[in-house]
Design a protein around this ligand. Sequence first.
Ligand code: GRF
Length: 194
Amino acid sequence: MAMIKAAVFASGTGSNFDAIVKASEAGGIPCDIQLLVCDRKDAVVITKAEQKNIDTFVFSPKEFDGKDAYERQILLECRERGIEWVFLAGYMRLIGPVLLEPFKNRIINIHPSLLPAFPGKDAIGQAFEKQVKVTGVTIHYIDDGMDTGPIIEQEAIRITAKDTKETLQQKIQAVEHSLYPKVIQSLLVEEEVH
Ligand code: GRF
């Protein structure tokens, strides 16, 4: 199967970035992660990309004249490398039309709740505070809303009486790290077949 060129957009610690890169290195997913896009100059994920010799485009939104301007630069960085798919993994910004149009149905995101419950920031904290008994992980296509795009896959996680916010976060991350590569794999294989 042909290798698909992909970028990961992430602004945090990059544990999902790591999981995706490891799966691609191990041949678990037919794609080559060619670029990390990051909007925080101090993000831990940058070091992870550098260790793997993956190109990075690190920018500070306030240095640009608005979202369209920095997204045009991101698009350029993607085009230079022939990027075909974008995987969001803790990129804390809404994607605008400059990227949505050229990457229609090819930008996906992972979110730590069972959407449409608990969209937006601190989904794990929101679920914990509401004392729900089940939360989980969602992978969805990106549209112009906040965590509103069509759902691709979900996995539920039970919150027990013993859980703290920290243990819940660990359970969610463990699911994320196996679910994201699996979903990427099936989307890319599906695309190859059609
Ligand atoms: C993940 O929980 C993901 O669901 C959310 O942001 C977090 C990123 O974590 N969108 P990491 O940087 O991959 O560790």
